[in-house]
Design a binder for this molecule. Structure first.
Ligand SMILES: [Zn+2]
Length: 165
């Protein structure tokens, strides 16, 4: 990789309101993390699109942490609506065909597959523990949506509890 490619994400212009800026800082998410998520999502098209709001949602996992950003395109770049992170991994071993579908479709469309996510039973893994959980996921490519309330609520609590063991 050349330096130019490594720093390409820095060209991503961000529009962030004060409230969101504060929230993101509280969550220990840096400006570059936001840029990396958006850069990667826009260059690979691997993202979700909300059918009612038109906003995009994507994640990037540079190390042990998943960073998610909800954003939309604006004149000078991208407006960041929210961002959050988690460490739990959506378990990809095993086929998505084993997932139990509940038949509930969501507003989120998988951009590469052009199909709506459906709520299904998937597995989350953290350290030695595996949890089954119902989450919106794409049956075409195994993209699992970890929503903000889950990542900052139950998931954060479980991560903390496991680390304290
Ligand atoms: Zn997909």
């Amino acid at each position: 990789m050349t330096d130019q490619e490594m720093n390409a994400h820095q060209q991503i212009g961000l529009l962030i309101s004060e409230d969101v800026e504060r929230l993101v800082a509280d969550r220990m998410i840096g400006r570059e993390d936001l840029q990396k998520v958006i850069y990667r999502a826009e260059s690979t098209a691997k993202k979700l699109i909300n059918l009612s709001t038109g906003r995009s949602l994507a994640y990037f996992r540079p190390k042990a942490v998943f960073y998610w950003v909800e954003y939309s395109q604006c004149d000078d770049g991208y407006q960041v609506h929210t961002a959050y992170s988690h460490r739990m991994v959506t378990k990809s071993s095993g086929s998505s065909k084993e997932w139990v579908k509940t038949g509930t479709e969501t507003d989120w469309l998988c951009n590469p597959c052009q199909r709506p996510l459906e709520v299904q039973t998937v597995r989350l893994q953290y350290m030695q523990s595996i949890f089954p959980i119902d989450l919106p996921a794409c049956s075409g490519c195994d993209f699992v949506l970890v929503a903000e309330d889950l990542a900052t609520g139950k998931m954060a609590e479980a991560e903390q509890a496991l680390e304290d063991k």
